[in-house]
Design a protein around this ligand. Structure first.
Ligand SMILES: [Zn+2]
Length: 266
């Protein structure tokens, strides 16, 4: 039980939190051919990508690949500034100041929780009683530089571990390469494309960069790859020659992002 009270902050209210911890035994590792497979990829620069798939009749069928991107911070702050100046000029000051406060506040932790819960619910729905295997591919804390928001994305490990424990889902936390070809093991080359970051191999394999770790997971599980590339974007483009290609090849705006329906409110 946690009791929270602060003299300086809302002293009339005493917050009592009852935290229930359920520790279930870890479910056994499911047979990859029998399980609903869910791969969650956390990229601190882009957001959260998931692939939900299962082995069906000799091949892996991809059911859904939702992508979630945190709401654009600078747009929110611009919006807040606009509201504040409107309020300062006497236009509905109460409403506008309140909306400005809301726009400024972005609950990154809550966003990660909501997105993770949504992916788990999707997996449970598609599983329809089959065992579920979730792998969370998140970079190490030490390798992540940058904003607080980017570091908050990594809290997904704890959030996912709690959800897996709650639902009795088998979860692993392994990282898979995004530059190694899942077909031949060769080195993938990144192409410049308008809609996606495309990775291509000399052997003919190509897919969006976000899905390469998932393909390499399938390879490790001994499963065949899906018949077609997962990406719906065209997988052609110019070869990038710069040393740091990722920044340049990032799709402009939200173009490549589908299904990013969860945001931090306001
Ligand atoms: Zn290859």
């Amino acid at each position: 039980m946690r009791v929270q009270w602060r003299e300086d902050k809302d002293p009339e209210t005493l917050k009592v939190q009852i935290v229930l911890r359920v520790q279930r035994p870890r479910p056994p590792q499911p047979d990859p051919k029998e399980a609903l497979l869910c791969f969650i990829d956390v990229n601190s620069a882009y957001g959260i990508t998931a692939v939900i798939a299962a082995y069906e009749e000799g091949r892996v069928k991809v059911y859904e690949m939702p992508k979630f991107r945190p709401p654009n911070q600078s747009r929110r702050l611009r919006e807040a500034a606009k509201r504040e100046s409107a309020a300062a000029y006497g236009s509905k000051p109460n409403t506008n100041y309140a909306l400005a406060r809301l726009s400024k506040k972005f609950d990154a932790q809550g966003w990660v929780k909501a997105v993770t819960a949504r992916i788990f619910r999707m997996a449970l729905e598609y599983a329809g009683g089959r065992p579920i295997w979730v792998n969370i591919d998140a970079p190490d804390h030490r390798t992540v530089r940058g904003s607080r928001l980017q570091r908050t994305l990594l809290s997904i490990k704890r959030v996912a571990a709690n959800l897996a424990n709650w639902y009795g889902i088998y979860a692993t936390f392994r990282c898979y390469p995004s530059r190694t070809c899942p077909v031949c093991g060769g080195k993938l080359k990144q192409l410049k494309s308008k809609r996606a970051r495309v990775m291509r191999c000399q052997c003919g394999f190509a897919d969006e960069r976000d899905y390469i770790p998932f393909h390499n997971w399938l390879r490790e599980l001994g499963l065949p790859l899906p018949k077609r590339p997962i990406s719906s974007a065209p997988l052609t483009g110019k070869r990038i020659k710069t040393r740091r290609p990722s920044r340049r090849a990032r799709p402009a705006g939200k173009a490549g992002w589908r299904g990013g329906g969860v945001n931090g409110g306001a």
